[in-house]
Write a new protein. Structure first.
Length: 190
């Protein structure tokens, strides 16, 4: 029963009974599970239709009344669950324990490798972003240090004093320009 309390239509390879259908052979089936995540309400429905030896499945997921998988395809359903709920069937192996559960320790070496490589592939995306951001951060820090060195070389300790000095120089320049204009005007008259 606990194995069926997931958003997925089947037990997948989570349970050692994964070859058993949760729906009796030859019978139609229906599974509905409601998940509340913060302010969002997800209604997940699976419809099982009997086929020759098993069942075909249509899976739907609604978020706050809006259907996210209108075609019912299982693969697009799994993508929607992964995107919306950040859950994948394989990850359930990491959190489930018990003698009827297939967990990471019970897997064969090749299966563990495959499982871990899938996790690492997703981790590679984050690591590449981290590497890129770390590089950009280093570049920004280098520019900041370069600017700090330039400021230090000016000998300016107090920016307010520097602003006052700049204003004094501007005032002096304006006074000198007025004097120059006055002298030029006197020369032009003489």
């Amino acid at each position: 029963m606990l194995s069926t309390l997931t958003p997925f239509a089947t037990l997948g390879n989570l349970d050692i009974r994964d070859n058993l259908s949760i729906i009796r052979p030859g019978k139609k089936g229906y599974k509905e599970i409601i998940i509340v995540d913060g302010s969002h309400r997800y209604v997940i429905k699976h419809f099982y239709t009997p086929s020759k030896e098993s069942h075909s499945v249509k899976s739907y997921i609604e978020k706050d009344g809006t259907e996210l998988n209108p075609n019912g395809n299982v693969s697009s359903f799994k993508e929607a669950v992964s995107q919306e709920l950040d859950i994948e069937m394989d990850y359930l192996k990491l959190v489930r324990l018990g003698n009827n559960v297939t967990n990471l320790l019970d897997l064969k070496a090749t299966e563990r490798k495959t499982f871990m490589s899938k996790l690492l592939d997703e981790l590679d995306v984050y690591l590449s972003y981290n590497k890129k951001i770390s590089k950009e951060l280093l570049e920004v820090k280098t520019v900041i240090n370069h600017l700090l060195d330039k400021i230090k070389k000016t000998g300016i300790d107090n920016i307010a004093d520097c602003d006052d000095r700049v204003n004094q120089i501007k005032d002096s320049i304006e006074a000198l320009e007025k004097d120059i204009t006055k002298i030029q005007n006197q020369i032009a008259i003489d």
